[in-house]
Write a protein that binds this ligand. Structure first.
Ligand code: MIC
Ligand code: SF4
Length: 644
């Protein structure tokens, strides 16, 4: 039997376990990336491991999230990260250089390699035929220390692309179609492998839009073959020598094959407040639009922004529209400037933001109350824009640019102009001067620690009896943005006691203070949740801050992959209802007791949860690998010395 792409790369990197879907495997990691908002914790954890230099082929630390710098905190964090990079042999991408995923694709990604990153959109580099996976900062720190990365061996679904995209339809519409088919829940431990004759017509940046937003489906990663397009892209980045061809064997097997005919896809949008709430743009009627934001790691390639510039040339943004562009990288911005497109965009009234995450993470450009905001980014979760009652729609650059002209939702095909042709430079002008390479020799560099860098909190060993109160009961699809907001609060990422004050801030602002009262009373806090708990961001703060507030367990109908791993890493029990309807028999404020926890976890039993308030009981599962049991019993990965 032939191998699919995923099996080929995993087999090359396998350290432990068998390549059988559902089994835990350990793989060797070639490259890591971090960004500043998750990086400080990752590097504090790495420092605690006492390793003189990173052991990967390449580790890159990017500054791209917290670049607003109101107050001293972000700037202090940046200096900390720069000094850590220098000391431990990490490449440092300075603020202004661009968004980690776009820059990694341009400058560092290599076919057939493995990459993990402390950001959920790390799968972007699957466009270069890498196994690229988002993870918590601690897992990235362990990979930098040369340890394997553990994951459940995924099942592989082939997405077979046929046909060619019609004019005005682009790769954002493809991934929105995929989201319509697969939704944001129920896809854990799965990889989407793209294949079929339709793949050949998609450039690497177009593929990257698709692999980037696969994260919204909750898959482990997404991957494209390495072919002619890959070679062209690497050549344009003046690193053709990084090319290797890679494709699935003809007789490769897949868990499932899903066919998508590219020629049948129409301009689509994800309506508020979930990336899987899909409609055609045409059906949106003429809803008035208040804001258009172009950019983010999903759609800010040279092709995306030149297409927009060409659509908007000679026009002025509709008077009711605030029009914002955040280019993905300095390379893209420089090329736009050199080729005159930046002038066209400025003339149209675009507000040019930094090459950084910016509006996408809600740290700037929050729209007006109850606004309709069209964005080319990847997440439209409630409140993520920074305006709680805003309605964010995810769209392609073509649909976004069209709304800039008309002032309302418009199918771009209705513009009745010819679809702009974009000539991609055969060679981009390469300028890596904002990338600082570390010295090879042992460094005596001093680590800079501003007052914003707090100590790393640790959990205590798992107790045998859990006496707890249900501090909050939430529904399905709770994202890590719900658990611990980013935006204006993100500057506290390196200060856990402070950041913890904002846990569930946008769901129930009393959570943190109530949790502290329960903690002080000597009890643990328990979170009860529905399906797909922990969607979205990889931020381990969604585990770390609840841990700090004394959360001992989350009982949910199901968990998303990265968040479940983060809970385990910080010693919080991820429990699932044995009978889903037991969710209805439990409420906020209920007193719960679980006994013989250690013994039952060490074996493979189910835990009996006594609801003391209601006088009822129900069973929960705690499905962990042997390695994860060890971590949970110790109260988190940091408590285990001499990790293998
Ligand atoms: C996001 O898009 O939600 C983020 C901000 O990039 C996060 C990382 C973070 O919370 O710092 C992610 O996607 O993992
Ligand atoms: Fe940055 Fe947004 Fe991409 Fe996250 S999704 S890495 S916040 S641009």
């Amino acid at each position: 039997m032939g191998k699919n792409l995923v099996e080929k790369i995993l087999a090359q990197h396998l350290i432990s376990g068998n390549l059988v879907p559902g089994e835990e495997i350990g793989i060797r990691i070639d490259q890591t990336l971090t960004q500043d908002a998750t990086g400080t914790m990752a590097y504090l954890q790495f420092e605690a491991m006492n390793i003189p230099k990173v052991k990967t082929e390449l580790s890159v630390s990017y500054i791209d999230h917290n670049t607003i710098q109101i107050g001293f905190e972000n700037a202090d964090d940046h200096r900390y990260l720069q000094s850590v990079a220098q000391k431990y042999g990490i490449v440092f991408s300075r603020a202004g250089n661009g968004i980690c995923h776009q820059v990694h694709l341009e400058r560092f990604g290599k076919p057939a390699k493995t990459l993990i990153g402390s950001d959920s959109h790390t799968p972007t580099c699957g466009a270069l035929s890498m196994i690229a996976i988002g993870a918590g900062g601690l897992d990235v720190a362990l990979a930098m220390a040369g340890k394997p990365f553990y994951l459940i061996c995924p099942k592989v679904i082939k997405i077979n692309l046929t046909g060619k995209l019609q004019p005005w339809v682009s790769s954002k519409d493809v991934i929105l179609k995929v989201l319509e088919i697969f939704t944001t829940k129920g896809n854990v431990n799965t990889v989407f492998e793209y294949g079929g004759e339709g793949v050949a017509s998609l450039s690497v940046p177009e593929r990257a839009t698709i692999t980037n937003m696969g994260a919204e489906c909750g898959v482990t990663t997404s991957i494209f073959p390495s072919d002619k397009m890959t070679r062209l892209f690497l050549r344009s980045q003046q690193r053709e020598s990084d090319f290797t061809e890679l494709k699935a064997d003809k007789n490769a097997s897949y868990a499932k094959i899903v066919n998508i005919d590219l020629s049948k896809i129409e301009p689509l949008t994800a309506k508020p407040h979930s990336p899987d709430n899909i409609s055609t743009v045409r059906k949106m009627k003429k809803i008035a639009v208040d804001q258009v934001c172009l950019g983010s790691c999903t759609n800010s390639s040279y092709k995306d922004l030149v297409t927009v510039a060409k659509i908007l040339k000679g026009k002025v943004a509709h008077p009711n529209i605030s029009f914002v562009i955040a280019p993905g990288s300095r390379q893209v911005l420089e090329e736009l400037a050199q080729n005159g497109y930046l002038a066209d965009l400025i003339a149209c009234g675009a507000r040019i933001m930094e090459n950084a995450c910016g509006f996408c993470i809600g740290n700037s450009q929050s729209p007006k109350s109850a606004a309709v905001s069209l964005r080319t980014s990847n997440r439209n979760f409630l409140g993520r824009s920074g305006t709680m009652d805003a309605n964010v729609y995810l769209v392609s650059p073509e649909t976004a640019a069209t709304a800039v002209i008309t002032g309302h939702f418009t199918d771009p095909r209705d513009l009745k102009i010819s679809y702009p042709k974009v000539k991609i430079p055969e060679k981009f002008s390469i300028d890596d001067s904002m990338i600082i390479r570390p010295e090879k020799k042992k460094s005596s560099a001093k680590i800079y620690r501003g007052p914003n860098i707090g100590a790393l909190p640790r959990n205590s060993e798992l107790s045998d009896i859990i006496q707890a109160e249900v501090t909050i009961k939430v529904g399905d699809k709770i994202t890590t943005d719900h658990i611990i907001p980013a935006g204006a609060r993100m500057k506290y990422r390196s200060n856990i006691p402070k950041y913890s004050e904002f846990v569930f801030e946008n769901v129930d602002a009393t959570f943190a203070s109530r949790a502290q009262v329960i903690q002080k009373a000597g009890k643990q806090n328990i979170i009860v949740a529905g399906l797909s708990y922990g969607q979205g961001s990889s931020r381990e703060h969604a585990a770390l801050c609840p841990m700090y507030l004394g959360v001992g367990a989350v009982i949910a109908k199901s968990f998303e992959r990265i968040h479940a791993a983060n809970l385990i890493n910080f010693g919080i029990l991820p429990l699932t209802f044995c009978i889903e309807s037991d969710y209805d028999k439990i409420d906020q404020g209920d007193e719960l007791e679980i006994v013989e926890v250690r013994k039952i976890i060490a074996g493979n039993g189910k835990l009996l949860v006594q609801n003391k308030t209601r006088g009822t009981s129900f069973y929960v599962n705690c499905i962990l690998s042997a390695r994860q049991k060890q971590i949970i019993l110790a109260g988190g990965a940091l408590n285990i010395r001499n990790k293998k």
